[in-house]
Write a protein that binds this ligand. Structure first.
Ligand code: ADP
Length: 728
């Protein structure tokens, strides 16, 4: 602000001083020249005047001497005393003039010498003449005349002096002329100097005027600027976006905006009463920070933003962020902005607590917490402290899950997993096996959720992992047991069936054989007894019909067995069978997909029987697919609500499928294509489903393989049950 002004003043000051100095020197020089001129002029005038007086005196002397000579000569020639009348007066005037002359030429040594000599000569001659005059009557007139003529010497002396004086006068006049010329020069220089001074003064005045105009313009601009800044600051203060205070270094708060007052819970009256000051508002532990702030302000004029706390009027504390600056004009006052950090601190605390809770949750619920980036590389892993065989900390960071060594890599399962990851979909319970340090197998089940930033961009995955080795072992044991049990059940059922079938069918077949043999025997007699043969054949037909009836009877028996009436969730029943056969599927590398419609109506019937139907369909599919390519063994179990209100179950495999001609035959008893098959499974299944009021059929899968489907009717009173559940 003062910079440019003082600069222009300095710029201006230097040449001005120079000009003034030069002008002063010139004035002094001209003055001294003038003074000298004046002195010389005086001296010249004086000497001219003196010369004139000398010449006058000399003239007078010459005249007086001539008079004296004339008087003396007259007297000497005539001896007439009248000539002597004026005699004394003339002598006196000669003497006086001679003395005057001496005085006048006292400064000129030569003339002075001559004047002295003249005075002496004059005195001597006058005395001589007086003597001659006195003795005139006695002495010869010739001698007297000679004596008088001697006055010529005086005249010649006078002439010499006159010449000298004239010569000097010419010189003086020449000098006076030169002086006159110098005077003209001096006057000219004087005029030039005066006009230069006038011009310089004018220029300076002009420069000063320009400078003033500029300074005024600058001031106006500055004023405008200041006003604009002032307005902006006022705006900021009044906007109450941040707290603003004006303080002095002693700690008094001189001014504050509403935002600040609200922050610390004081009123404008409190501020006006002057009782607000930093020391009282600052808790003890922040005093040292305040002292440092004051030091910084004194040293640098500003203080970088820092955090501290203030006391509110009610004694609570408010965390703030503040920064300040000292006013330029006064080294004692300044302004600070104050930001209320309460919300931020609260959010930070909430975040910290959230993190703490999350850690606790992870600690107790999961064995591993992990995060991965967009390329599915681990960026973060935390292992539960209880995990004895966790991999070395950080050893897996930067690697993808498929770069970490896992056992039994099921390529198909991995491919599907990667597809899920690349599609940024959530996944649950993806199971992996890894080698523990002791060489045993460890099973891990991982689940993950994709993470998106605020703009919806995928940034990676976050998830957890759980060690399921123990569970897995227990499950495997259970499954093995259940599978065995199921097998045993199946075998027992089938065994019992076979036994009863064999028993029931054996008898008519044995009778058929006996009757056939009897018939043959009656044919071999001569003549053949055709009546008996017909009789035997009639019995054979009877026995055949009886055998057929036995089979019917068995199916009817199965159908007639009144099924138990349970109410159960079919999806759950399906999942139990899935769990039971998981091992089997794993062994045959079959990818299982279950699509179980949520909210299916409850099913009524014999849970065990229906589970046996599902189990049979799954085992048939597994058996069928084990003959196909390992890469594409896929089993999909699907449940959905049927249009009629019942439930539809679909078991779809990617095995060799069914011959279209055999599509219905597979449900026939004893239809089998397996060397050790019984051909009773599907027949019994259909009987069971039908016994529950449902239907069962087979079809071809679109992509190859077989589809077995069955329906179960809605349970009467289902709606009532649903309502009841809803009110619960
Ligand atoms: P079994 O299994 O003892 O042969 P089933 O009645 O269960 O008796 O099956 C009858 C026949 O139906 C089987 O031998 C087989 O040829 C055919 N079949 C059953 N399920 C499937 C299937 N999922 N894919 C292809 N064929 C099947």
């Amino acid at each position: 602000m003062s910079g440019p002004l003082s600069q222009s003043r300095r710029w201006f000051a230097h040449p001005l001083a120079l000009v003034v100095a030069i002008l002063l020197i010139v004035v002094v020089a001209i003055g001294s020249l003038g003074f000298r001129y004046w002195q010389e002029r005086q001296a010249s005038d004086l000497s001219l005047e003196r010369g004139r007086q000398v010449l006058e005196t000399l003239d007078r002397l010459k005249t007086v001497i001539s008079d004296v000579e004339a008087q003396r000569r007259g007297y000497l020639l005539t001896l007439d005393p009248t000539y002597l009348k004026a005699y004394g007066v003339a002598d006196e005037s000669v003497r006086r003039d001679a003395q005057e002359l001496q005085a006048l030429v006292a400064n000129d040594p030569l003339q002075s010498h001559r004047a002295g000599h003249l005075a002496l000569t004059v005195a001597a001659k006058l005395r001589e003449i007086d003597d001659i005059v006195r003795n005139a009557r006695t002495s010869s007139s010739a001698a007297a005349l000679a004596m008088i003529r001697s006055l010529d010497e005086i005249k010649s002396q006078l002439d010499q002096m006159v010449d000298h004086e004239r010569y000097q006068r010419v010189d003086q006049e020449r000098r006076a002329e030169a002086l006159e010329q110098r005077k003209a020069w001096l006057i000219a220089v004087g005029v030039v100097i005066v006009s230069s001074l006038a011009a310089a003064a004018l220029a300076l005045a002009r420069l000063e005027a320009i400078r003033r105009r500029k300074a005024i313009a600058e001031n106006v601009a500055l004023q405008g600027d200041l006003q604009a800044r002032d307005k902006k600051i006022r705006h900021l203060v009044d906007a109450n976006i941040v707290g603003i205070i004006i303080w002095d270094l002693a700690g008094h708060i001189l001014e504050a905006n509403d935002q600040f007052l609200n922050m610390i819970g004081y009123s404008r009256e409190d501020l006006a009463s002057g009782c607000l000051n930093r020391t009282d508002l600052t808790p003890d532990e922040w005093r040292a920070r305040d002292l440092r702030t004051v030091e910084e302000l004194k040293q640098w004029g500003t203080v970088q933003p820092f955090e501290k706390e203030y006391f509110r009027k009610d004694g609570s504390r408010v965390p703030v962020l503040m920064g300040g600056v000292i006013f330029e004009q006064s080294l004692n006052q300044g302004v600070s902005f104050v930001l209320d950090l309460t919300e931020r601190k609260r959010a930070e605390e909430a975040l910290r607590q959230g993190e703490e809770r999350f850690r606790t949750l992870v600690h107790f619920s999961f064995d591993v917490y992990w995060e991965s980036d967009t390329q599915h590389r681990f960026t973060h892993q935390e292992f539960a402290g209880s995990l004895s065989d966790a991999p070395a900390m950080g050893s897996e960071i930067g690697k993808t899950r498929w770069e970490v060594p896992y056992l039994e890599p099921d390529e198909e399962a991995w491919r599907k997993h990667r597809e899920t990851l690349d599609a940024h979909l959530p996944f649950r319970d993806f199971e992996l096996a890894r080698l523990a340090p002791d060489g045993s197998k460890r099973y891990v089940s991982v689940s993950g959720l994709p993470v998106f930033d605020t703009s919806g961009r995928f940034v990676g995955y976050r998830g957890v992992g759980r060690h399921i080795t123990e569970r897995r072992r227990a499950e495997e044991a259970l499954r093995a047991m259940q599978a065995e049990l199921a097998h045993a059940n199946r075998v027992t059922t089938m065994g019992q069936l076979t036994a009863s079938i064999a028993h029931e069918v054996n008898q008519p077949i044995a009778a058929t054989v006996t009757n056939a043999q009897a018939g043959l025997r009656w044919l071999r007699t001569q003549p053949p007894d055709l009546r008996e043969v017909r009789h035997s054949l009639d019995r054979i037909v009877e026995d055949g019909t009886r055998a057929g009836n036995v089979i019917h009877g068995i199916r009817a028996f199965i159908n007639k067995v009144p099924p138990r009436k349970d109410r159960f969730d079919l999806n759950e029943a399906v999942l139990e069978m899935v769990a039971l056969t998981r091992n089997e599927m794993f062994k045959h590398r079959i990818l299982l997909q279950t699509e179980l419609a949520p909210g299916l109506p409850a099913v009524g019937g014999d849970r065990t029987q229906l589970q046996q139907v599902i189990l049979n369909l799954i085992l048939n599919a597994v058996e069928a697919m084990s003959a196909t390519d390992a890469g594409r063994r896929e089993l999909r179990i699907h449940t959905e609500r049927e249009e009629a209100g019942g439930v539809l179950v679909t078991v779809r495999d990617s095995g060799p499928g069914l011959d279209p001609a055999a599509m219905e035959r597979v449900f026939e008893a004893f239809y089998t294509t397996k060397p050790k098959g019984m051909g009773m499974g599907l027949a019994i299944c259909r009987s069971m489903v039908e016994a529950h009021g449902g239907r069962m059929w087979a079809s071809a899968n679109d992509g190859g393989g077989a589809v077995f489907q069955f329906t179960l009717p809605p349970e009467p009173g289902e709606a009532v049950l649903d309502l009841r559940q809803a009110t619960n």
